[in-house]
Design a protein around this ligand. Structure first.
Ligand SMILES: [Zn+2]
Ligand SMILES: [Zn+2]
Length: 146
């Protein structure tokens, strides 16, 4: 399935006239196979052994292109540690308060909240974002055994 997504992503890039460099290919592949919503820095560190001459700027540049083409989503958290998500279907996130892990959570989109918000505020609502916080399984286990 990840292979399929990778093929489709590469097709999209080709159609948009974006050159597929080995680094670019690696960045897309890493994002599509990773479920961890990595930061640009994490992607850079993961790919560095394979591409020692690649810079963080290259990673950022690739992420920007992928984002502009709608292949990935950027999740911002009010600091500079944006995370990147290759799952572009509507979903919510559960975030571990201890280790920062982000897990996808699928639930029917709460569209009513948007129409209600429009009605009461007069805003033209474009989207909404909901995050759930807690302790992941790994972090809960540590707490129990120590
Ligand atoms: Zn955790
Ligand atoms: Zn996600």
């Amino acid at each position: 399935m990840a292979e399929d997504k990778l093929q489709r992503a590469i097709e999209t890039l080709k159609k948009s006239g974006v050159r597929i460099t080995p680094q670019r290919h690696a960045v897309i592949e890493y994002l599509l196979t990773s479920k961890s919503h990595p930061t640009a820095d994490e992607i850079y560190k993961a790919l560095e052994p394979k591409f020692p001459s690649m810079s963080v700027a290259t990673v950022y540049n690739n992420l920007r292109i992928l984002k502009e083409l709608g292949l990935i989503r950027e999740l911002t958290y009010g600091d500079d540690s944006s995370r990147f998500d290759s799952n572009i279907t509507d979903h919510y996130h559960i975030i571990c308060e201890d280790c920062g892990k982000i897990v996808d959570f699928h639930y029917p989109t709460l569209d009513e909240i948007e129409s209600l918000a429009e009605k009461v505020s007069g805003f033209n609502i474009s989207h909404h974002r909901m995050e759930l916080y807690g302790k992941c399984e790994d972090c809960s286990e540590v707490a129990v055994t120590s």
